[in-house]
Ligand binder design. Structure first.
Ligand SMILES: [Zn+2]
Length: 151
């Protein structure tokens, strides 16, 4: 059964979070500047997150891009000094704690103490960004309405 799928089209997916490109990140264990690293994961139709990569949504229309296996390029951070590998969502949390504490190196206790606070901040910021994005999208409409009213 698995061999049959070999004939189908192979997809390729790659995306990198903006925060990984735009911000500097430092290792919470040794303080060194973290480097971007990537790995390839093969996502098959049997995987839970398959639809995320195999389909494309425009409004209500769902387009199936592929029904075969997909190579997904995933990014993470790697410390050039102590070789620690950190996934981006985890580094986001650590970065918040580093900023709050004013220190790049964090003890396990410090991480535990501030984790809930940092996660809260991240979700609040995400919500604000989404709201700003919606505002930006409806601005042309608002301008048109105001223009209509004053003319
Ligand atoms: Zn390190």
């Amino acid at each position: 059964m698995r061999e049959e799928r070999g004939k189908t089209m192979k997809g390729y997916y790659s995306s990198i979070p903006w925060g990984m490109l735009l911000r500097r990140h430092y290792c919470h264990k040794c303080g060194a500047r973290l480097r971007k690293d990537s790995s390839i994961r093969i996502v098959t139709p049997y995987d839970k997150d398959y639809a995320e990569y195999s389909t494309w949504r425009t409004g209500n229309r769902l387009t199936v891009v592929t029904d075969g296996d997909i190579q997904v390029k995933e990014y993470h951070f790697k410390c050039p000094d102590c070789q620690t590998i950190i996934k981006y969502p985890e580094q986001q949390v650590l970065r918040k704690i580093q900023k709050k504490r004013g220190s790049r190196i964090l003890s396990t206790q410090e991480q535990e103490e501030d984790r809930a606070w940092a996660e809260n901040r991240i979700s609040t910021e995400k919500m604000i960004k989404e709201m700003l994005w919606i505002l930006l999208c409806i601005t042309p409409l608002l301008i048109a309405i105001i223009r209509d009213l004053i003319e």
